[in-house]
Design a binder for this molecule. Structure first.
Ligand SMILES: Cc1cc2nc3c(=O)[nH]c(=O)nc-3n(C[C@H](O)[C@H](O)[C@H](O)COP(=O)(O)OP(=O)(O)OC[C@H]3O[C@@H](n4cnc5c(N)ncnc54)[C@H](O)[C@@H]3O)c2cc1C
Length: 499
């Protein structure tokens, strides 16, 4: 070696040796000196497998965010999802801090044939965002929102909650349709469709999706818009988490007064039939700016009530006129409708729908809210403070999109009907079995009145999912075949690839 070359390489070695992590001792890694043990895991198809310590360490070293294993600080918090009935232990949790972390996680899962769950806000009631023994790709640390006021658009990271978008848009007098509980994940909600208090005015949340960044199952980072990968944009509008991990969502925003007229009209059970009949008959004819979600509930002293949540998002001076008919049905026991900041109203259900309660539910779209269905509901709903019906209104702008324009096909829906039970005692198997059986029994009576379901809310299977997507199923299979031919992403209302 010539003298000058030797000096250069000796200098390089000396400099490199001062950079932490550049030279590692046996057993050390970039993130610490701990030698990692092998981890028992589950493959995509559900078989047991062992991941060698070095393989796990490689994943850990590739991430900017933390990789959590059973026993690590934060592991139990990260694996907990909204519905406390779900108690699963992933082998690994990747707390992603950027798209690169998602790429490495997806590549790891594919290379090692490991089951994958993707967590946004954790609200999947059937618990699809966590898995036993697999890799949970946790997006919740990726949650910034940037609003472009001039273009009236918002770009939200893939782990944002609905409330994050509402807040940032609202300070600029803008909004898009968001869910009714502010801690619901924006990604899961948008990919499933997205009902909300503004959907009759601005369409489903997915109708306002104008672009996305996504890491597909081959580990490729792609931008999605009308011009780039338009097949994916169509599929993301209702096709759920089948096609990749979304790292950012771009929404169209609309001018919206940050103050709305909103609140509840609460009726005695003796008015229930009249209120439900009014909702059934006139629900679709109301102005787009009026949204009504109806709850059947039982007070703690056993009295049944019907609560109509009314939100008028139009001109404030027209609110009383819009609400006149509703107010004339029966005699409301309470009328709390008043002007209120939209973002505050959007958080009103956050506590009553808090994380950590055990829940079981069935839900489906109702297209024809017939008198026969009203009768069944009145008959079925027995006093029980732990049991509810909830009707989330559709119609308006939702119905003006053709069923095949987006993957979400349920454009004729009057509302999404939900029947659910909750319970608090984690130890009581009897209570659990009873609550689940009650919902299932009611659903056998109600299901014939319904048409398809809202993905992520229910237990589903291949046959139900096929029927649910109806005219869009074959096209969804084509997109799945192209972007996830091995069905790496299968913990969702799964579109099975056919190649
Ligand atoms: C209290 C409560 C209120 C709700 N309110 C509404 C409402 O007002 N309107 C409405 O339409 N729905 C509502 N839902 C239903 C909700 O939209 C779905 O449960 C949805 O899946 C929640 O999204 P998430 O990100 O919180 O779910 P998670 O449980 O985190 O994820 C569910 C599924 O979504 C997919 N997913 C999540 N994040 C990503 C990502 N970044 N990339 C790719 N796939 C991803 C995955 O397939 C995952 O399995 C509500 C649910 C609850 C529990």
């Amino acid at each position: 070696m010539k003298r000058r070359e030797f000096c250069r390489s000796a200098l390089a070695t000396a400099v490199a040796a001062t950079i932490p992590g550049q030279y590692l001792l046996a057993g050390e890694s970039q993130h610490g000196s701990q030698v990692m043990s092998a981890v028992q895991a589950i493959t995509a198809s559900g078989k047991e497998t062992t991941l060698e310590g070095a393989t796990v360490r490689e994943l850990r070293d590739s991430l900017r965010g933390k990789l959590l294993l059973n026993g690590d600080d934060g592991y139990d918090h990260a694996r907990a999802v909204w519905n406390a009935m779900i108690n699963k232990r992933p082998a690994l949790i990747a707390r992603c801090e950027g798209p690169a972390d998602v790429v490495h996680s997806i590549n790891f899962a594919r290379a090692n044939d490991i089951r994958v769950a993707v967590r946004g806000g954790g609200h999947s009631i059937s618990g699809k965002s966590v898995c036993e023994g697999g890799l949970m790709i946790d997006m919740s640390d990726m949650n910034s929102v940037r609003v472009n006021e001039k273009a009236a658009t918002a770009r939200a990271d893939g782990g944002c909650l609905e409330g994050h978008i509402d807040r940032e848009a609202s300070i600029l007098g803008l909004a898009t349709t968001g869910g009714v509980v502010s801690h619901t994940g924006a990604a899961g909600l948008t990919l499933g469709g997205g009902f909300g208090r503004l959907c009759r005015k601005f369409g489903m949340t997915c109708d306002n999706l104008i672009g996305a960044d996504i890491v597909t199952a081959d580990g490729t980072f792609r931008h999605v818009s009308n011009d780039e990968n338009p097949d994916l944009l169509w599929a993301l509008k209702g096709g759920g988490g089948n096609f990749g991990v979304v790292t950012a969502l771009e929404y169209q925003l609309h001018t919206q007064n940050p103050i709305v007229t909103a609140g509840d009209l609460v009726f005695d059970w003796s008015d229930a039939r009249n209120v439900l009949s009014y909702y059934a008959e006139y629900g679709n004819e109301l102005p787009d700016e009026l949204n009504m979600n109806v709850t059947l509930l039982t007070t703690s002293d056993g009295e049944r009530r019907v609560a109509v949540e009314a939100v008028w998002s139009g001109n404030l001076k027209d609110a009383d006129k819009a609400l006149k008919t509703l107010r004339s049905i029966g005699k409301p026991l309470a009328d709390t409708v008043k002007t209120v900041p939209y973002t505050r109203f959007q958080t009103r259900g956050d506590n009553s729908n808090r994380h950590g309660v055990r829940q079981y539910m069935k839900s489906s779209m109702v297209n024809d809210f017939s008198e026969a269905l009203v009768n069944e509901i009145i008959e079925i709903y027995r006093p029980n403070p732990m049991a509810n019906f909830f009707f989330m209104q559709a119609g308006g702008a939702v119905s003006r999109v053709a069923p095949t324009d987006t993957a979400f096909p349920h454009r004729s829906a009057h509302c999404n009907m939900m029947r659910w039970n909750k319970w608090f005692d984690p130890e009581s198997n009897e209570q659990r079995a009873q609550r689940i059986a009650d919902v299932k029994a009611d659903w056998t009576i109600l299901e014939p009145y319904t048409h398809g379901f809202y993905v992520n809310l229910n237990d589903d299977n291949e046959k139900k999912t096929h029927a649910n997507y109806g005219p869009n199923y074959d096209r969804l299979v084509e997109v799945k075949n192209k972007y996830d031919p091995t069905n790496l992403l299968r913990l969702n209302a799964n579109i099975k690839p056919t190649i």
